[in-house]
Design a protein around this ligand. Structure first.
Ligand code: NAD
Length: 295
C-alpha cells in the first residue's frame, strides 16, 4: 500500500495527509476549497483535479469531510474511479446510517472499506497521535494498520460496519458535556472571586480532571496552548460539535436510549452557534456562557 488519495484537506485532513507523506506514502490530495488546496500545496501535498482523479490509481482513499451527505457524493465519484482492490477509509464523523451506506456502496463495487473516525483534535492530527475508532472487517483493518499508524497512536477495532462512528458519537457526547461542565465551573469560579489559575491547578489535578480542562482549557492563558489562546479560532468548530451532538441524539432516539445531558448539550450548542458561535471553536462556548450569567 503506497499510493494514497486524500480527500478533504481541512483543519484535520491536511495535517493527517502531511503525516502520511512524512511516513513515505505517495499522497495525492483533493479539496474543493481554494484556500485549503493552496495551503496543502504549500505544505508539499501533490494536488489532484477532482476526487476521481485523486482516486483513480490509489491503493487507498482516505476521506476527511464535513458530513455524511458530502461523503455520499464523494463516494459516488471515488467508487466509480477506484481501481479493483483499493481500500476506502472514511475518517470523517458521520452518522451510523451514512457510514453503513458508504460501506455497502463500496462492497457492491468489490472494494474494502472502513469507517475510521478520530479523536485528538487538530493538535493530535499534527502530532500523529490521533485515536482511530474503526468499523469494518478484520482484513480491512489489518490492511489499513500501517497507514493509520502513520497518523495516529491508538487504533481500536470497534466492530463491523458503523461501529467506529457509534464509538465516535458516544465519545463526543461525553466531550460536549465535559466542556460545558468545565466552562460552567470557570464561570462560577469567576463569580466567587476564585483565581482562574488556582481553579485550573486544582481541577486539572483533582477528580474533576478531564481533557476539556487539562488539554483543551477553555480560558486563555492557562494550561496547554488551546483555541482559547487564539480568540477561539477552530480547532474543532462549534458547528461540527453541534453536528455530532445531533448525530448522537438521533442515534439515541432510534434505539430508545435516554441521554438527557446529551440533549441539553445539543440545545446549548445550537443556541451558541445561532448567537455568534458559528465561526468559533467549540470551547468558545466559555465566554458565551459567562456572558449569559451576567445577563
Ligand atoms: P474542515 O471543514 O476544516 O475540513 C473539511 C474539508 O473538506 C474542507 O477543507 C472542505 O473544503 C473539504 N470538502 C468539502 N466538500 C468536499 C468535497 N466534495 N470534495 C473534497 N473536499 C471537500 O473540517 P475538519 O475540522 O477538518 O473536520 C473534518 C471531519 O473530521 C468532520 O467530519 C469532523 O466532524 C471530524 N473531526 C474534526 C475534529 C476537529 O478537531 N476539527 C476532530 C475529530 C473529528
Amino acid at each position: 500500500m503506497k499510493r494514497i488519495a486524500f480527500i478533504g484537506l481541512g483543519n484535520m485532513g491536511l495535517p493527517m495527509a502531511v503525516n502520511l507523506a512524512k511516513a513515505g506514502f505517495e499522497v495525492k490530495g483533493f479539496d474543493t476549497t481554494l484556500w485549503a488546496a493552496e495551503r496543502a500545496a504549500a505544505a508539499g501535498i501533490a494536488l489532484a483535479a477532482s476526487c476521481a482523479d485523486a482516486a483513480t490509481d490509489a491503493d487507498a482513499v482516505v476521506t476527511m469531510l464535513p458530513n455524511g451527505a458530502i461523503l455520499a457524493a464523494v463516494y459516488d465519484e471515488v467508487i466509480a474511479a477506484a481501481r479493483p482492490g483499493a481500500l476506502l477509509i472514511d475518517c470523517s464523523t458521520v452518522d451510523v446510517e451514512n457510514a453503513r451506506a458508504a460501506h455497502e456502496a463500496a462492497a457492491n463495487a468489490g472494494l474494502k472499506s472502513l469507517d475510521a473516525p478520530v479523536s485528538g483534535g487538530v493538535a493530535g492530527a499534527a502530532a500523529g497521535t490521533l485515536t482511530f475508532m474503526v468499523g469494518g472487517s478484520e482484513v480491512a483493518f489489518e490492511a489499513a494498520r500501517p497507514l493509520l499508524s502513520a497518523m495516529g497512536r491508538t487504533l481500536v477495532h470497534c466492530g463491523d460496519w458503523g461501529a467506529g462512528q457509534a464509538a465516535k458519537i458516544c465519545n463526543n457526547m461525553v466531550l460536549a458535556v465535559s466542556m460545558i461542565g468545565v466552562c460552567e465551573a470557570f464561570s462560577l469560579a469567576d463569580k466567587l472571586g476564585l483565581d482562574r489559575k488556582a481553579m485550573f491547578d486544582v481541577v486539572s489535578t483533582s477528580s474533576g480532571r478531564c481533557w476539556s480542562i487539562d488539554t483543551y482549557c477553555p480560558v486563555p492563558g492557562i494550561g496547554l496552548q488551546s483555541p482559547a489562546d487564539n480568540d477561539y479560532k477552530p480547532g474543532f468548530s462549534a458547528p461540527l460539535m453541534l453536528k455530532d451532538l445531533k448525530l448522537s441524539q438521533r442515534a439515541a432516539e432510534s434505539v430508545g436510549a435516554e441521554t438527557p445531558l446529551g440533549r441539553h448539550a445539543a440545545d446549548l450548542y445550537a443556541a451558541f452557534v445561532a448567537e455568534g458561535g458559528a465561526d468559533k471553536d467549540f470551547s468558545g462556548i466559555m465566554p458565551w456562557l459567562a456572558q449569559k450569567s451576567r445577563e
